[in-house]
Design a protein around this ligand. Sequence first.
Ligand code: FAD
Length: 463
Amino acid sequence: MAKRGLVWFKNDLRLHDNEVLLKAQKECSELVFCYCIEEKDYQQSVNGSRRADIIRFKFMQQSVINLRGNLQHLGGHLIIGEKSAMITIPQLVKEFEVTDIYAEQEYAPFELDLVSEIMDRLPEIEFHFLWGKTLYHKDDIPFEISKIPLTSKAYRIPVAKKSSPRETISTPTSLNSVKNIKNIEFPSCSAYGFSKSEYEQSHPFLVGGEDAALERLEYYTFKSELLTGYRWSRNKSDGLDYSSKFSPYLALGCISPRQIYSRVKEYEEKVRKNQSTWWLIFELVWRDYFTFKGMRIGPSIFSTQGFKNKKIVWENDPGKFERWCQGNTGIPFIDAHMLQLNQTGYMSNRGRVNCASYLVHDLKINWTWGAAYFESKLIDYDVSSNWMNWHMQAFEIWYTNPVHQSNKYKAQDFIRLWIPELSKLNNIEVLIPWEFETINYIKPIEVYPKWNRAINLIKKIPI
Ligand code: FAD
């Protein structure tokens, strides 16, 4: 019997290197394509917070619309479910007499639950889940998920020795699409409780979608050759060029890690192989590691006591938490990063490390509050990268002194950019305005004695 397949796009919003699409195209005589928005991700809780805020909504929308356009070019379409896959998938199965569903394999607890509920509702359908998230395929690494090492080194070395990333899969040139399915408009932001002005005022740091992702890859590698300096620039915070900015595209699958890997390998052959090219791949391996470690740990990645069940006494002052969220702590290095996050949905890795460490170790606020806040804002939100990095800041690594780091990473221009009221201050004042009576900036929540040495060093910066 001819198969009629449903390709269910989730966090694999691309045509290139997409095994789900390839398999469906090979096995089915006709295909229906869909993406489902999960309404509950955008619903406000009693305290007004959302799992995903407007900036994430907009980035997702741009990415889905771009995918729809690319599918249309090949004679396809994209049906967009407004409320939940739980509603849309069974409806489409019935309407189009679907026999098989193809989708990327999930790895995180909520998403796994959603998939398993849908499978329960559709016992007559054959499901095909394919692994696509990581650089190294889940089946190729020399560990079972239940035995993923708890330290990264113990993971990385055997993986590099015993396996390698698979080749990328070619992009289809046509699609066996069911004919005459009309594309509907992307649902309005108001259906998810966002106002028109909120929507118009939100400006994700990058434009979403596979086209922009592939353009970014070309720009960062062959066009600008910025990749050559990545090892030395990656700890900065200011602008687009100091790091790759692949993370938002990886999070929604607008680009595949194997696509990045294969271009970096070409770059090594044709342009330059150095510590930077090695380091970029190393970061993608970190991302893999957190994915697999998160799978091993399961739902306790979200638990306050962490997966090692460590008991920490938190102070959890809601006023201090609110000041942290709004970028109002009085510590310019922290505030500038939080303001950037709130306005663009992005923050550098240096910023994330410092803002997380400050929240957990200085303000003594439950790390899961910070992780949930990042979840709602980051356009590159990724379950394991976010929660595992927060976990590491809370339990596994040492304290990061934000005053010292603001000096070490020469954050003056970055602060002036994000906090205009400090734009006229000199290189010393802008890092430690509380030290000068004449400067009228927010009084810090607290200035800790452990910062004294860093403050004194800043006072010696030549102006
Ligand atoms: P680059 O420096 O150019 O790195 C290339 C790629 O490597 C990134 O795109 C990313 O996919 C991967 N990568 C780099 N650093 C890490 C890391 N520490 N952990 C996992 N992957 C990494 N990254 C996310 O993608 N999503 C998140 O939700 C997320 N939350 C974080 C929360 C905290 C508290 C911290 C400390 C880090 C978090 N990171 C997260 C990791 C890292 O900050 C971002 O991946 C990076 O800043 C993205 O910018 P880039 O693409 O320019 O990175």
